[in-house]
Design a protein around this ligand. Structure first.
Ligand code: PEP
Length: 252
């Protein structure tokens, strides 16, 4: 089963609309001859429609960094899956550790968000990962098991055909620390077998598993070469088009 690698950029709360459009256009120019890799950028909600319009017809896809699971209503400050779709996005990041940590997102919440995404045809990128304390206490696999099992509770495998899972050890996000090759390999292997147990062998084989956590041009090739790693979710190093392109071109 061949899985096309996905290199996704999470722009977090950086860049105004014009700044985001400028970077997106520059990236589209640099990516114009890239083949065999899917590229996605996730700007802020405010920049999303502008960025989506500016990369339309290029090889760059867009995504949101979050959504709210209700369709519409009195939910001040929230954005629905329909609104994201209408803005031109194809993907949505769900359950990022910063949302779990600062906005108290639970696995049950994450599950409802994934449901809302798939209902409108947005491809969900479910983020999972352990904190440093959990790793030290040897709870990594039980934490991942819970995040994946509860996050995907109640779904049939057909509903999740576009699911992407990003393994992002919390201690490696924005810290400059990267998980070791063996650590990444054993987690990705574990996630693949967990998907097989929860759904099916085919489902596990087709689902892309990204690594995230201080991915840089210098370590991208090594990380992307690990078995069962099908791409990267990149924060800091995706903000600069010249840096991000060197991650996208990890294979060269
Ligand atoms: C992220 O925010 O998902 C991330 C992996 O950030 P960074 O690449 O900066 O560690």
């Amino acid at each position: 089963m061949s899985r096309i690698p996905l290199i996704a950029g999470n722009w977090k709360m950086y860049k105004t609309g014009p700044q985001a459009v400028e970077t997106a256009r520059e990236l589209a120019r640099l990516c114009s001859d890239v083949q065999g890799v899917e590229v996605m950028i996730a700007p802020t909600f405010l920049s999303l429609p502008l960025v989506a319009a500016s990369v339309k017809g290029t090889c760059i896809k867009t995504g949101a960094q979050n959504l709210y699971f209700e369709k519409q209503g009195a939910f001040t400050g929230e954005i629905s899956a329909d609104m994201i779709k209408a803005a031109g996005a194809q993907y949505v990041i769900i359950g990022h550790s910063e949302r779990r940590q600062y906005f108290a997102e639970t696995d049950a919440f994450v599950c409802r968000k994934i449901k809302a995404a798939v209902e409108v045809g947005l491809k969900p990128i479910l983020c999972v990962g352990e904190t440093e304390g959990q790793r030290d206490e040897e709870k990594t696999f039980s934490i991942l098991d819970k995040q994946v099992s509860d996050g995907l509770k109640g779904f049939g495998r057909d509903e999740l055909k576009d699911l992407v899972i990003a393994y992002e050890p919390v201690w490696a996000i924005g810290t400059g620390k990267t998980a070791g090759i063996e650590q990444v390999h054993e987690v990705h292997q574990y996630l693949r077998s967990l998907l097989e147990t929860l759904f099916s062998r085919d489902f596990a084989d087709q689902t892309r598993l990204l690594y995230g956590g201080s991915v840089k041009p210098e370590n991208a090739k090594e990380l992307m070469g690990i078995k069962d790693v099908d791409g990267a979710l990149v924060g800091g190093a995706s903000l600069d088009a010249n840096q991000f392109i060197n991650i996208i071109r990890y294979n060269i």
